[in-house]
Design a binder for this molecule. Sequence first.
Ligand SMILES: [Zn+2]
Length: 196
Amino acid sequence: MCAECGGKLTACWSRGKRKKYPYYLCKTQGCMSCRKSVRRGIVHNQIEELLKELVPRPEGLRAFKSFVDFALKRRLQNHDQNKRALDNEIQELHVRRRRLLDKIVDEDDEDITNALKERLKQVEADRILKEQIRLKSEQNGKRSSERFEHCYMISSSPCNIWKNVSLSVRGAILRACFKSPPQYLIKRGFRTPELL
Ligand SMILES: [Zn+2]
C-alpha cells in the first residue's frame, strides 16, 4: 500500500535490455509518489525484515502449540467416532443387501420378488450415499489437520514461510500478521506496521 495516498501499489514489469524487471508503482493521480517506482526485490527484502521481527516468545509459542494440539486431538477423536459409526452402518447395509439377494433368488412369487428388488434398490442407494459421506469426511479430516499444521508453522516463523511460498500465499501471510496492509513510502521504505 502506498504510504502517501493509501492506494494499492501496482505490480508491473519494466523491460530492460535483456530481462524484464518486476517493480511496484503508485498509479494514483495527484499522489506525491504517482508514477514513482521501486524494484520488487527491494520491497520483498524489506517485508522479510519486518516479518523477522515477528517471532513469538517461546512461552507464548508453547502455549499456542499445546492449544493447537488439543484442538486437533479433539477433532480427530470426533472424526474417528463418526467414521466408526459410518463403517458400522455401511457394513450393516452390505449384510442387508446380501440377505435380500438370497431372498430374491429363492422367491417364486413375482410380486414379492418385485417388492424385494425395490427394497434392494433403496438399500443400495443408502449404502452409496453413506460411502460418499465417509469419503468426504476423510478428505475434510486430512484438510483440517493440514490447516492446523499451517497455522502453527506461520505463527512460529512467518518469515521462513513467506520466503518459501508463492506470491498469492504471501498476501495471505501478510494479512494474517498485520492489521492493515503495510504502508510503503517509495524511496524510503516501510512505515512500522500495526500488528494484529
Ligand atoms: Zn500513492
